[in-house]
Design a protein around this ligand. Structure first.
Ligand SMILES: [Fe+2]
Ligand SMILES: [Fe+2]
Length: 298
């Protein structure tokens, strides 16, 4: 190892050859900080509640019983209470009161009740930030809106919608992880950062980070792939239908008034990798706007 700085050992040194290395700008520095944080062996991704992780695994079991599901849903009283409240809202139960989780399960079915439970789990335990409270709430509403829109897109196009709601809910989880890494668990001075400063680096990295968060949660490989490709649904030269549905849902949710705090504003028609006719996109747009008006906050 030499004693002199590298420039002094450069054969061009003293010959009038100067190499200028540009200082990285603030956005590049933040992107680099994020990459280093996520690559660190001490990094801990946000935690999905145990009951939610078990529920995702249990609902994939072909011989699952109502008893098993109910036992699991009842294991987290705070989330159970909020789940029931949403389950009896006009969006799901036309406002009719539900006396128990068991009644909710019979009336709404396993898949819908599980989706509500996962929405509440994510909202209560994951989309929470002290440093970026307002952008995180905006991201939570965008994610819930995209989940509902993804379900509508799949139903309108006869795509299997088993994972639609969950993928919509999770699609921008990488952005949440970035906000937490730069704010709540970042160094002290990071608390001063504004959403305007962090928006671009988060936008660049969030799909990749999201895929890794899903991996750390041991979610099925298909969900990881969809989250990682939700802005580029072509995988190996082919369009992945559910990734394309999530991308369309993301843009329909934004246009309906639930934009992500980190995604650049888009104008014009939503990206239609599914090849839907114009009138079908228009119908979905109208339906999504109407549905989201009550589904996100109701
Ligand atoms: Fe995104
Ligand atoms: Fe999004």
């Amino acid at each position: 190892m030499g004693v002199f700085p590298a420039s002094r050992r450069n054969p061009g040194y003293g010959q009038g050859v100067v190499t200028l290395v540009a200082e990285p700008n603030e956005e590049e520095r933040l992107a680099q900080r994020l990459r280093e944080t996520f690559a660190s062996p001490t990094y801990e991704p946000p935690l999905l509640p145990v009951a939610a992780m078990e529920l995702i695994a249990l609902t994939r079991k072909p011989d699952v019983t109502y008893r098993e599901i109910l036992k699991l849903l009842e294991s987290d009283p705070l989330i159970t209470g909020r789940t029931l409240k949403i389950a009896e809202s006009p969006v799901y139960a036309r406002g009719e009161p539900l006396r128990s989780l068991e009644q909710a399960l019979t009336r709404l079915g396993l898949s819908t009740l599980s989706d509500i439970f996962l929405q509440v789990s994510m909202s209560t335990r994951v989309f929470r930030s002290a440093s970026f409270a307002a952008p995180m709430e905006e991201l939570r509403r965008h994610s819930v809106a995209t989940a509902h829109a993804a379900r509508l897109v799949c139903r309108a196009t006869s795509l299997p919608d088993e994972y639609a709601f969950l993928c919509g809910l999770l699609h921008d989880i990488g952005a949440a992880a970035c906000l937490l890494a730069l704010g709540d668990s970042g160094p002290k001075q990071a608390a001063q950062l504004t959403i305007q400063q962090v928006r671009k680096p988060i936008w660049q990295l969030h799909a990749e980070v999201g895929r890794d968060v899903c991996k750390s949660w041991k979610l099925p490989p298909e969900i990881m792939m969809i989250v990682g490709h939700h802005h580029e649904p072509r995988i190996g030269g082919h369009v992945h239908p559910l990734a394309a549905a999530v991308l369309l849902a993301d843009q329909l949710a934004s246009q309906a008034g639930f934009p992500s705090p980190v995604e650049p504003t888009r104008t014009g028609e939503p990206e239609n990798y599914l090849g839907l006719p114009d009138n079908a996109v228009l119908r979905l747009r109208t339906e999504t706007t109407r549905h989201l008006a009550t589904a996100v906050d109701g």
